[in-house]
Design a protein around this ligand. Structure first.
Ligand code: KG4
Ligand code: ZN
Length: 342
């Protein structure tokens, strides 16, 4: 079975073809980072219009790369939510009309479920059950994952998501967008002893997070530096921020492993690409004789491959997931628990 995946929930247009017997056949991606950079964040209307321009050319590209035609596609998986309503509608409209024209079923996908399952696309996939740390621009959650569609939320952020805190703190430091990779790079030359920033909820005895206070701490330190903040000061603040963020994410992830008694931790979402986080998680897990799994770097941030793959997994396990109902709606706010089957 060949599944086409369409991702358009935010600022990346991703198209991919996944074959349930051969694996990933092709994937094509267009990032809108340059389009939104001058505004310092995603402009929803510009995002929607760009998805319209990019989707069909990327589909052509993916089909060529895979050496197949549209008629060979068996089902179309598309991101139904959560995300930006207008952006989601583009993928929904194109996916459903294409499926109607081809006479093939559609599989609406939860974007976070796709992130969650993306490490299974890697060469050494983890087996179930595992603890998942999902750290993206819009979400921060710890989950127990027993199988496809079997998710229990162990903890989540009470305010800002980890990626959001990275982006907002980077903005305070006048760095480019998206801020995660920029602040991470700058932190490498920062002094860890200069700013000891707060580790919110580190000792809260639950598995929840809160990052808005950390962002406010960055704001306070930046303000205290005055107008002519030096490059080294910025690096020191970046280091203070990354160290605090990493400490909290690592401590809560280890607590989740302890609480569930599981030995596998799977990290997904854009912040999962972070070098410092990966190094600290690997070290902490090794001490507890646990193992950490990550998606391939290119599948950490938004992409079509994870949507095609999630579609394939869902369809194989729950045949009813593929529908011939082409009247679509999108779900900009949508809890992962709503797609659980337990
Ligand atoms: O998963 P994703 O592509 O989109 C959402 O579904 O939100 O995650 C995007 C987020 C952004 O906040 C971005 O700054 C962050 O992931 N990010 C990183 C890194 N690469 C991307 N954060 C820290 N370090 C990175 N290397
Ligand atoms: Zn995402």
């Amino acid at each position: 079975m060949i599944i086409l995946g369409i991702e358009s929930s935010c600022d990346e247009t991703g198209l991919a073809l996944y074959d349930t017997s051969k694996g990933l056949l092709a994937h094509a991606l267009h990032s809108q980072v340059a389009l939104h950079a001058e505004y310092g964040g995603v402009v929803p209307e510009l995002a929607s219009r760009d998805h319209i321009r990019r989707t069909l050319p990327l589909l052509e590209h993916a089909l060529q790369q895979a050496g197949i035609t549209a008629g060979d596609i068996d089902a179309i998986a598309w991101t139904q939510g959560p995300g930006l309503a207008g952006a989601l509608l583009v993928g929904a409209a194109i996916g459903c009309s294409l499926a109607l024209a081809l006479g093939k079923p559609v599989i609406p996908i939860h974007h976070l479920e796709a992130h969650l399952l993306s490490p299974l696309l890697s060469k050494n996939p983890p087996s179930f059950p595992f603890v998942a740390l999902l750290v993206s621009g819009g979400h921060t959650q710890l989950m127990r994952v027993d199988g496809v569609g079997e998710y229990a939320i162990l903890g989540e952020t009470l305010d800002d998501a980890a990626g959001e805190a990275f982006d907002k703190s980077a903005k305070l430091l006048d760095l480019g967008y998206p801020g995660g990779p920029e602040i991470s790079k700058l932190a490498e030359s920062g002094n860890p002893a200069t700013h000891k920033l707060p580790r919110p909820m580190l000792h809260s005895k639950d598995l929840n997070f809160s990052f808005s206070g950390l962002k406010t701490a960055v704001l306070t330190v930046v303000k205290n530096q005055g107008d002519n903040i030096s490059a080294q000061s910025k690096a020191d603040i970046a280091r203070g921020f990354v160290d605090a963020m990493v400490d909290v994410l690592v401590a809560k992830s280890m607590a989740a492993l302890k609480e569930t008694g599981l030995r596998r931790l799977v990290v997904s979402g854009g912040v999962g690409a972070n070098k410092q986080l990966r190094a600290a998680l690997d070290a902490a897990a090794a001490k507890r004789r646990c193992r950490v799994f990550y998606p391939e770097l290119e599948f950490c941030t938004d992409n079509g491959a994870m949507i095609a793959f999630a579609g394939a997994m869902r369809w194989q396990k729950y045949p009813d997931a593929a529908k011939r109902d082409y009247a679509f709606n999108v779900l900009p706010r949508w809890s992962l628990e709503e797609v659980c089957f337990r």
